[in-house]
Design a protein around this ligand. Structure first.
Ligand code: GZL
Length: 313
């Protein structure tokens, strides 16, 4: 290689040696596991050194991880914030160290949006609205008592998906949310809380539908509905969000009815925004929105299951 080419080559190699610290929430759901595996693939594709810290769903562990990344002097920090509040202090420390922060899949409440470069998320209010609209159309005026499994208390998706669903059913006086409780986005908790709902609602005969803020809680609830001797998908309609493979298996078995897709690839767009920012100094939009698509039993669920099952869920 000539000197110039060698320098250029070295320069290219050096530029590709971006190190990103990712404070990941944990592995509470199939979707989150897929987000982690997809982020590794997206980093590999770009020759980026991705360091992932699993916080086991605890905010204090995420704060510790961010402090560790700042001490290491990483080039950027990705944060999937388990809850929406309590981030200003630690993000100020990242800002003082001139390390850009990108939010993945959840947002934060802050009065200073200079604390993060951009947020890569779906429109979680819209996801709840799509679920609500689907139920209104499906029950078509018939009286329908709904039970709701909320996501993690204080997380932006739980707050927004609740609001969006309520917006979706607001026009339908025949639909009422009779019970609503957090299942913390997990199968186990979803099953446990659904068991409580069934007991409280006459063994479930008064429940027309379940709205779960993610598929994992819905899958746990489906188990509880079957153990109570009822048919999920017919006695109790099931609508949820994420579009993980197992909800398509349930749909193919007639045990779930609808899901709103959430892409696990939040890291790809985040890496691209980071690179563009590093190369040009031009900050991206504050919000990079990912798509949401409704799937129902009419969408060949077994085919979708086969397509999705290899993606690290
Ligand atoms: C939503 C994301 C949620 C998923 C859940 O953007 O934060 O967290 O819907 C996961 O499966 O627990």
């Amino acid at each position: 290689l000539g000197t110039a080419a060698a320098v250029a080559f070295a320069g290219t190699a050096a530029a590709a040696d971006l190190t990103v610290g990712f404070s990941q929430i944990g592995s509470e759901s199939g979707w989150r596991a897929a987000e982690t595996s997809v982020s590794k693939i997206e980093a590999e594709k770009r020759g980026i050194d991705l360091k992932i810290a699993d916080a086991q769903q605890k905010q204090e562990n995420q704060i510790k991880a961010i402090r560790g990344f700042v001490a290491q002097g990483v080039d950027a920090i990705f944060l999937a914030p388990v809850v929406a509040t309590g981030w200003d202090t630690v993000l100020e420390e990242a800002k003082d160290a001139e390390i850009p922060v990108i939010l993945l899949d959840r947002t934060i409440e802050t009065s200073d949006d200079s604390l993060y470069l951009t947020a890569v998320t779906s429109d979680t209010v819209h996801e709840g609205k799509v679920a609500g609209d689907w139920l209104v159309k499906t029950v078509a005026g018939k009286p329908c008592n709904v039970v709701e499994l909320q996501g993690t208390v204080g997380s932006s998706p739980a707050i927004n998906r609740k609001k969006g669903f309520e917006d979706g059913i607001a026009s339908a006086s025949n639909i009422k949310i009779t019970r609503s409780q957090t299942g913390d986005f997990t199968r186990a908790k979803g099953k446990e809380v659904m068991e409580g709902f069934l007991k409280a609602e006459g063994g479930g005969k008064d429940i027309c539908a379940l709205y779960a803020h993610n598929d994992d809680m819905a899958v746990g609830a489906i188990q509880a509905i079957k153990e109570a001797g009822l048919k999920p998908g017919t006695d109790i309609l099931v609508v949820s969000i994420d579009a993980v493979p197992d909800i398509f298996k349930a749909m193919a078995d007639g045990e779930a009815n609808a899901t709103v897709e959430l892409t696990p690839n939040m890291a790809g767009p985040a890496f691209d925004a980071l690179k563009a920012f590093k190369d040009s100094g031009k900050a991206p939009e504050k919000w990079i929105q990912t798509e949401s698509k409704l799937y129902t039993q009419a969408d060949d669920p077994m085919k979708v299951y086969e397509e999705k099952k290899g993606l690290g869920y």
